[in-house]
Design a protein around this ligand. Sequence first.
Ligand code: SF4
Ligand code: SF4
Length: 182
Amino acid sequence: MGKEYVRFRCHHCLHCCTKVVCLPTPADVIRIVQATGRDPLSFLEFVTSEGISSVDPNDPTWLDCGDERYLMALWRPDERCVFLDHENRRCGIYEDRPILCRLYPFKARFRRDGVFKGFGLHGDVECPRHQDGEVAVAPLYALLQEDEEHQCDYEDLVRVFNRKQYPGKRPEDFIGMFVERN
Ligand code: SF4
Ligand code: SF4
């Protein structure tokens, strides 16, 4: 699996929770709903390609609503994640945060033959890249595998959603495919 640790420590500059659009999976949404009791519509938004330019147009999680396509994201009022605690500058759902938030800013690297090589830092993160800490690779790798399973289930759900076309179709309708709303 390569090195056992990545040399890095987060110094909580808040870049990840303010500048980065977080894209949760349905499994993340279910976990947050169960932990907080919140209605998913109170913490999710659906962004078009104008709102997020970094995602591949061919990404399989685009929700097709006929005349527009959307990605499911954590709501960012005032360009800050809805779960960012303003007072203590920490995540308000830390134990239940999306897997993407747990993996960021680490990026898995693979050899040409697809074998996992190790973790580095995302190139597009304006992270200070402090190297005064050690983050164990094994738990990151376990998270990566869990995320891959969740992504497969996510893509299956999106395929079913995108096959259905009906008048007035909205991206919010997607939530009803995995969470019962009151
Ligand atoms: S869920 Fe928490 S860790 Fe993730 S972006 Fe929001 S505040 Fe940051
Ligand atoms: S950009 Fe780096 S230091 Fe800033 S919050 Fe993210 S991981 Fe932490």
